[in-house]
Design a protein around this ligand. Structure first.
Ligand SMILES: Cc1cc2nc3c(=O)[nH]c(=O)nc-3n(C[C@H](O)[C@H](O)[C@H](O)COP(=O)(O)OP(=O)(O)OC[C@H]3O[C@@H](n4cnc5c(N)ncnc54)[C@H](O)[C@@H]3O)c2cc1C
Length: 396
């Protein structure tokens, strides 16, 4: 008998886990709260570990990447307080040579590879009850509730995971608040006077505007700011709130981005948190991706770690086919150091995204200038790229 796993969530972590489990000989069933599969999404940098996981999961050939320009070409700009535009180090200039994708590109590649996996939309778990040899789940779909048993439940339902809340306790026990907000959306068109594939960074004390240029797609924008009153941010009109937060930054880039937000068909507006858990599994329930360890967008490692998490879960289960406890131990032991490292470094990266003060802003500027010079020298002397699997589906 093939073992059955309920995977909750059709995001990067859920589909990765489903592929990993299927490769290990299991039958995954995915439930997704939304009525249909989402597409599109914001800019995501995919790091070498994520590309390796994509290769391990067998989806690398389906993954469409959108890196603008070649390495070393000046297509990232920062704008200073006097409105002067200077070549800058962009998000993609980080070590490891990340690939530029939309979140939807990764999800589309995973989707192509889960053909044959049962997916139930508009369905969520309501109760999860552990038995000695199985786990019983009460599922809800529209007006119907029904019970079903599985050998394993995988919570891959994001930062505000229901599986985590039902099995591990309330959100407040696991979500740490970072006193920051984000708004991400797609620009209808690039900021005037910039090339479509240009990236633009305006990182001021407590508020920042990033535009991510892509090779064959309209740029996406990210507004992020620091605030102590998170609850208040969710009241009233979002556009008006963002206009108020960014008022005084009288720059054509900021104006264009804020105007574009009003016309954008959709956007993501949310508070920033990190999920901290002492353990990601108990009995026959395991968490993966943002549900387990959400590092948040500043780390730039959420998608990478979700792919890696799904692949690691599948590999651990394949390695311990008759011992689920040993498999979940191996999953956690193998992955925990990587996750801890990137959860910690996210604090520093937050300073690079959105400095906490004028001093931090000035320091950021010096550090980025230094890093840019070092990188320029390295590129001048070095030949060859990082030893990570190439993605054959690049820049179609
Ligand atoms: C603006 C922004 C920029 C980012 N940039 C980067 C980057 O550069 N690099 C990077 O690696 N990462 C980045 N990330 C993070 C990355 O996008 C996430 O970490 C990753 O997508 C998380 O995937 P996930 O599958 O764990 O969760 P999610 O994407 O949240 O997916 C969870 C799924 O579960 C479903 N669901 C939720 N609740 C239920 C329920 N009760 N029942 C059933 N289904 C449910 C949801 O509808 C959703 O489909 C960024 C994030 C943001 C917001």
């Amino acid at each position: 008998m093939r073992k059955r796993a309920l995977v909750v969530g059709l995001g990067i972590a859920g589909m990765s886990a489903a592929i990993g489990l299927r490769r290990a000989g299991w039958t995954p069933v995915i439930v997704e709260r939304a009525p249909e599969r989402r597409t599109g999404g914001y800019f995501v940098a995919l790091f070498p570990e994520g590309r390796q996981a994509a290769a391990d999961l067998g989806i690398a050939d389906h993954l469409h990447t959108r890196n603008p320009g070649r390495e070393g070409s000046a297509n990232s700009w920062s704008v200073d307080r006097r409105g002067r535009r200077r070549p800058a180090l962009g998000f993609l200039d980080q070590p490891g040579g990340p690939a530029a994708v939309l979140r939807g590109d990764i999800e589309a590649a995973l989707w192509q590879s889960i053909t044959g996996v049962e997916v139930r939309f508009a369905t969520s778990p309501v109760e999860i009850t552990e038995g000695s040899a199985e786990v019983q789940v009460l599922l809800e779909n529209a007006d119907t509730q029904y019970r079903e048993t599985f050998d394993l439940v995988v919570g891959a339902d994001g930062m505000r995971s229901s599986v985590r809340r039902i099995v591990f306790g309330p959100h407040e026990e696991h979500l740490t608040t970072w006193n920051a907000m984000i708004c991400a959306f797609q620009l209808k068109e690039q900021v005037p006077t910039y090339e479509t594939s240009d990236s633009i960074i305006i990182a001021r004390a407590k508020r920042a505007v990033w535009v991510f240029g892509l090779a064959d797609h309209a740029p996406t924008a990210l507004l992020t700011y620091r605030t102590r009153d998170i609850q208040e941010q969710f009241s009233g009109s979002r556009v008006e709130r963002l206009r108020a937060v960014f008022s005084g930054m009288d720059d054509p880039v900021v104006r264009h981005v804020l105007d574009s937000l009003e016309e954008a068909p959709d956007h993501l507006f949310d508070s920033v948190h990190q999920v901290r858990m002492p353990r990601w599994s108990t009995g026959r329930v395991v968490l993966v991706g943002d549900a387990a360890w959400c590092m948040n967008l500043y780390s730039g490692m959420g998608a990478t770690s979700s792919l890696r998490g799904g692949a690691a879960l599948g590999a651990a289960v394949a390695e311990h086919p008759d011992d689920l406890a040993a498999a979940l131990d191996a999953y956690e032991t193998g992955l925990r150091p990587f996750i801890t490292k990137h959860q910690r470094s996210a604090r520093l990266k937050q300073q690079m995204f959105v400095p906490s003060s004028r001093r931090a802003e000035a320091l950021r500027s010096v550090l980025v200038g230094l890093a840019r010079r070092i990188r320029g020298r390295r590129l001048a002397t070095e030949a060859g790229g990082p030893q990570v699997p190439a993605l054959s589906g690049t820049s179609r």
